[in-house]
Design a protein. Structure first.
Length: 137
C-alpha cells in the first residue's frame, strides 16, 4: 500500500505543550503559567502555531503571541495599543501604533487578575471588529 505524500501536523495545543517542555527552564514555566491564565480568561480561546513556531492565542482574531527569548518571555498583544492598561503591564513595544508587549524576565510575576482583564478586553475588541464587518452591507 502506498502512503500519501501528506504528513499530519500535530495540533497547535500539542506543539505549544512541546515548546514548553523543550524550554525546560523558567521560560517554559512562565509560558505555561501565562497560557493557563489566557485559558482561564477565555475557555473558548483557540491555540494556533504560526510563523515557523510561534504560539498564538486567538478569539475572533489574534489576542496575543507567546515568544521565548534568552532573557524574556514576550507576550505581544496584536491590538495592544488600543487596550486600556491601568496596571501598566505593557512594558515593551510601547512606541508602536498597534501592538504592545509584556516582557517577563526570570523571577518576575505578572498580576494575574490584570492580565486576564487585558485578555478579555482584547477579545472584546476583536469581537466588536468582527461584528462591524458583518454589519456592513
Amino acid at each position: 500500500m502506498k502512503k500519501s505524500g501528506t504528513s499530519q501536523t500535530p495540533p497547535a495545543s500539542q506543539l505549544i505543550s512541546e515548546r514548553i517542555e523543550e524550554l525546560a527552564d523558567w521560560r517554559g514555566e512562565t509560558l505555561a503559567r501565562m497560557r493557563k491564565l489566557i485559558q482561564q480568561a477565555d475557555p473558548k480561546v483557540v491555540e494556533e502555531w504560526k510563523w515557523m513556531g510561534t504560539p498564538v492565542w486567538s478569539h475572533d482574531g489574534i489576542i496575543c503571541t507567546g515568544e521565548s527569548y534568552k532573557k524574556v518571555v514576550k507576550l505581544t498583544f496584536a491590538k495592544g495599543a488600543s487596550l486600556k492598561d491601568p496596571k501598566r503591564l505593557f512594558n515593551s513595544s510601547l512606541d508602536g501604533n498597534v501592538r504592545r508587549a509584556i516582557d517577563i524576565a526570570e523571577g518576575e510575576e505578572v498580576d494575574a487578575t490584570a492580565f486576564k482583564a487585558l485578555v478579555r478586553e482584547a477579545i472584546a475588541l476583536n469581537s466588536a471588529g468582527k461584528a462591524k464587518k458583518k454589519a456592513k452591507p
